[in-house]
Write a protein that binds this ligand. Structure first.
Ligand code: ZN
Length: 545
């Protein structure tokens, strides 16, 4: 995610995720961290527990009287209620019928999963919407809702290793405000983003379960099928490849089926309905490209997207093969208040006002590259926990910075500025790999602070080794989730030496270590209360740009 309204580096610590809008803290309704800063400073990088073995599935003598409920959390310190245990989601089939007259959706989400423990009951994340039926393996099943959980109690316990198929039918109103979940920044009351002709989807990091019931944490990726039925003449697009399109029996509707066969975190789901033009554009580096733009603005939007193929080829050169079957840019009218761009998998989201105005062409291209870079860093390799958000935003910022500065002439001063601001960012938000709260996870500390860590690593190991680390990260973890400890271990393995002593303070300390190669660099003193604009303090000219 990245801001689309601010001019750019060094971003204010008050801006949000890939934030395009006015500065502002995200909602205080976001959850607080479970651990104190002191405890966190002592803690090893947090890694979610692996699912329990499903190996007892063949043990016919196992006593299911010992079956227990699946956990109603995966234990993420920034979002302690998010995610669920006891099963592994494998595939979601999302059927949605959009009714233009009421601007509402009739939906059925079918989750295919496998039990990872003997289960007496299990839960999904689901918030808002009106459930009309829940069926388990084809039959009715008892369910209950509390907070943002949908709790399923099967008539008989489910043995570990057993596949299960849960179908939830529900009615949704994308314009509803009756949700508990808060998507930061709180420009919309849910992941549904209504537009005049339909809706788009923006659920990062914690609210995609306002659109469909899911195990809504990036540590449980799944594949997806989307079956989107819309009035004839309306366009429907989702993540992945278009598989088929067919008319309804009365020829008033069209159904489009999309599949995303690469594992995807729920927060990266994109479902688009409305007046859009799907433009196939020439690909690059073997990557098929299709952009989805508001039809009314296509003539203004498409000329701004013409560097896309070049940018894809540039990223492939640096990060390795593109991890998915297709890429594209989704540019809707009517969402400019959203204020951010978002790296939804295979189809990144950009508000049309930001693209069309093109007031700062370099800034616009940076944001396009930022979301493209996330396809490798954040999507293909998802964060193991939300405390690892710097792995997403630090890398996306790093590639955005490098794209905008092909000869490297500005990178040095940019990193110098970020270094100067670093202690203040850490004082305001916590260590780079251990944000104090969910409210600060999309502050500058994850973006410029994360990119600064990558610069420090490159200074330490050299350009060639750094380039090998970046490509090895993708080769090792594509299609999976990975955390900060994984990054430190992989960097050490590629560099051929133990980098824990170097990277740990860069990632887990509140004070900024010395920058290799720049012994003269100093940090600005931490002020009693963090100033609203670190950028202005660090580099007035840059902030005013
Ligand atoms: Zn981002």
């Amino acid at each position: 995610m990245v801001s689309t309204r601010r001019p750019g580096h060094v971003r204010s610590t008050l801006t949000g995720p890939d934030f395009l809008g006015p500065p502002g803290r995200r909602s205080a309704r976001l959850t607080r961290p479970l651990v104190t800063a002191a405890a966190a400073a002592l803690a090893a990088p947090l890694v979610l527990a692996a699912p329990a073995s499903a190996g007892s599935g063949d043990n016919l003598g196992a006593d299911l009287r010992g079956a227990r409920p699946g956990a109603e959390s995966v234990g993420d310190r920034l979002f302690p209620t998010l995610g669920n245990g006891g099963y592994d989601a494998l595939h979601y089939d999302l059927g949605m019928t959009y009714q233009a007259a009421t601007r509402t959706v009739e939906a059925t989400t079918t989750m295919t999963a496998v039990a990872t423990q003997n289960l007496s009951r299990f839960s999904l994340d689901f918030d808002g919407n009106t459930i009309t039926s829940v069926r388990l393996d084809g039959g009715p099943v008892a369910f209950a809702r509390h907070d943002e959980k949908l709790v399923i109690t099967p008539a008989r316990p489910i043995r570990a290793g057993t596949p299960l198929r849960l179908a939830v039918a529900y009615h949704a109103d994308p314009r509803s405000t009756a949700f508990t979940c808060v998507v930061p920044p709180p420009a919309t009351p849910s992941a549904w983003v209504p537009i005049d002709s339909g809706f788009v989807d923006a659920g990062q990091p914690n609210c995609e379960h306002t659109v469909f019931p899911s195990n809504d944490h990036p540590s449980d990726k799944a594949t997806y099928t989307f079956r989107l039925t819309v009035p004839q003449g309306t366009t429907a697009v989702a993540n992945g490849r278009l598989v088929s399109t067919f008319d309804g029996p009365d020829r008033t509707t069209t159904t489009s089926v999309y599949r995303e066969d690469a594992p995807m975190a729920s927060e990266l789901t994109q479902i688009v309905v409305g007046d859009f033009t799907v433009a196939q554009v020439p690909g690059a580096a073997g990557v098929a490209l299709r952009n989805v733009v508001s039809t009314a603005s296509a003539a203004q939007i498409e000329p701004v997207l013409t560097q896309e193929a070049e940018q894809v080829a540039w990223m492939v050169d640096r990060a390795g093969p593109y991890p998915f079957g297709v890429y594209g840019e989704l540019v809707p009218d009517g969402i400019d208040n959203l204020g951010f761009a978002l790296e939804t998998q295979t189809l990144s989201l950009f508000p049309s006002g930001f693209i069309k105005s093109n007031r700062n062409p370099v800034r616009v291209q940076r944001v396009l590259v930022h979301e493209l870079a996330h396809q490798w860093f954040g999507d293909s390799v998802a964060p193991a926990t939300w405390s690892d958000i710097w792995l997403n935003e630090g890398h996306a910022t790093w590639y955005e910075d490098n794209w905008a500065d092909p000869d490297g002439s500005n990178l040095l001063s940019q990193m110098h500025d970020a270094y100067a601001a670093s202690d203040r960012m850490r004082a305001a938000d916590g260590p780079v790999a251990l944000p104090d709260t969910a409210e600060v996870m999309f502050d500058n500390n994850s973006y410029d602070g994360g990119a600064l860590v990558l610069y420090a690593l490159r200074q330490e190991v050299g350009d060639a080794t750094f380039a090998r680390i970046e490509r090895a990260w993708q080769a090792r973890f594509h299609g999976r989730d990975a955390g900060t400890a994984d990054f430190i271990a992989l960097s050490s393995a590629v560099a051929g030496r133990d980098l824990r002593g170097f990277l740990t303070p860069w990632l887990y300390s509140r004070s900024t270590p010395a920058m290799p190669g720049h012994p003269d660099w100093t940090v600005l003193p931490v002020q009693p209360a963090a100033a609203p604009s670190v950028a202005a303090a660090a580099h007035p000219a840059r902030a005013a740009r």
